[in-house]
Design a protein around this ligand. Structure first.
Ligand code: GLC
Length: 445
């Protein structure tokens, strides 16, 4: 039976309207109520969605984000909108301007980072600009000239400051840095965090999402905030985080995204005659992090693992992170086939009870699975988009197309939810989430 829902034309119009509504001028809020500021990887996906509407506006989005880049090269995970409250932890809790030597002085940011998907947005902007006249092309190319060095600095910071063992894997010091904030991937690592005294606080997320089962618990929130206190104690100094933080993991998914982003940026650099030394460095990182990802994999199943630097243990949860090698490549043929079978099979997209054949954040057959809980089971449309984009890049056109058509069927309810219940398709979390609309716009563009 066909899903009742909006037609593609109606859906695209609604998605564009949504992004317009969330536009604060020079940044798009991640969502109007729950996330009223700019988030780093959201901003990249939002630019992907803006590019078919207006290359110029997509460029503004990335410019705003890059204007908040730290002097050490880090792109912070939140850029706070001027004069907007309604989110905790806000600037007063992070205190980056007064504590962190590298934080920008003219804009408030958080003190941690998020997955490096930005090169993908740059590529989509350049792609779309080619379909336009000379003036739009010039906007995109001028952007690349202006921001190339910043983009390379961002990648260099990740490769240097965050590959602490030099093994081609990115270390994270807060679960929020993974973008999959409440994933079971981090449960064991968080269990070892002994939260000290956290200054009092009032959660604002629960005022928006009133069904508490969809959000992290208070105990979890205490730990999240304790880690912020630990960072503040060392004034967000990169060289001290490694020893100061009671949470430290090597994130295989972020490492794969980074490898892929380095590859994309290197190709852009080559095509646009950027300095050869930059291009060479980027290709080098793409390969080093690809190998770093592959080194975590099981030789038969191809599944990748995170690593807990504190306990010295591998993390074997069954989540989207298992599929990291499908993003960056590098597995041998048999292992890759096996991993694709798992992705498409009953543990993930092919689970017989799924409403749509899109990957749930955690496998429905895993003991960690919770169908409505934050990153513990629901489907994130933007993750479906990322896999379909990566599959297309890898030359798997049919697989990419299937994810796209299933993702669009899911989105045709027009709620543009942050995430969806995998079996019923019920929209959950925040509604009118910018990156969900952006994914739809790219798919329909
Ligand atoms: C949540 C997500 C994170 C996202 C943010 C804004 O914190 O876990 O990945 O960037 O919301 O959408």
């Amino acid at each position: 039976m066909a899903d009742r829902g909006f037609t593609p034309t109606q859906l695209a119009a609604r998605a564009a309207y949504l992004l317009r509504g969330n536009d604060l001028g020079t940044m798009t809020s991640a969502a109007p109520r729950l996330y009223p500021h700019m988030w780093s990887w959201d901003a990249a996906f939002v630019s992907v969605g803006l590019a078919p509407l207006s290359v110029e506006r997509a460029v503004v989005e990335l410019d705003t984000l890059l204007s908040a880049q730290w002097k050490n090269g880090m792109i912070p995970h939140i850029v706070f909108a001027n004069g907007v409250d309604g989110y905790f932890p806000g600037p007063a809790r992070w205190e980056t301007q007064s504590l962190a030597a590298h934080a920008p002085s003219d804009v408030h940011t958080s003190g941690i980072t998020q997955p490096p998907v930005h090169a993908i947005a740059v590529q989509r902007i350049l792609d779309h600009s080619r379909r336009h006249g000379r003036s739009t092309r010039a906007v995109a190319e001028e952007f690349l000239d202006r921001r190339w060095a910043d983009l390379v600095r961002w990648h260099r910071w990740l490769a240097n400051a965050r590959d602490i063992d030099g093994n081609g894997r990115i270390a994270l010091f807060h679960g929020w840095e993974s973008g999959m904030d409440n994933s079971p991937r981090w449960d064991a690592s968080y269990a070892n965090v002994m939260a000290g005294a956290v200054p009092p606080y009032l959660r604002q997320d629960l005022a928006v999402v009133t069904d508490t089962s969809q959000r992290p618990s208070n105990g979890e929130y205490d730990r999240y905030l304790w880690l912020v206190e630990e960072m503040k104690q060392v004034r967000y100094d990169d060289t001290q985080l490694e020893t100061a933080m009671s949470f430290a993991v090597e994130d295989v998914f972020v490492s794969a995204v980074f490898s892929m982003a380095c590859q994309v940026l290197a190709e852009i650099g080559e095509e646009h005659a950027r300095p050869r030394s930059d291009v060479r460095e980027l290709y080098g990182w793409a390969e080093r992090f690809r190998q770093g990802v592959i080194a975590t994999t099981d030789s038969r199943s191809g599944a990748a693992k995170d690593f807990d630097l504190r306990s010295g243990r591998w993390i074997g949860t069954e989540t989207l992170a298992m599929f990291s090698p499908l993003l960056c490549g590098g597995l041998d043929r048999d292992a890759e086939r096996a991993l694709i079978r798992t992705f498409e099979g009953p543990k993930f997209c092919g689970h017989p009870d799924l409403r749509y054949a899109v990957p749930p954040s955690t496998s429905p057959v895993s003991g960690d699975f919770r169908s409505r809980e934050y990153w513990r089971g629901p489907v994130w449309p933007v993750m479906t988009w990322l896999f379909s984009w990566a599959f297309a890049r890898r030359g798997w056109a049919e697989k990419a197309h299937l994810l796209k058509s299933e993702g669009l069927r899911q989105a045709s309810d027009g709620s543009f939810a942050e995430y969806y219940e995998p079996f019923t398709g019920a929209p959950l979390g925040s509604m009118q989430q910018s990156w969900t609309a952006a994914a739809v716009l790219d798919w329909l563009g």
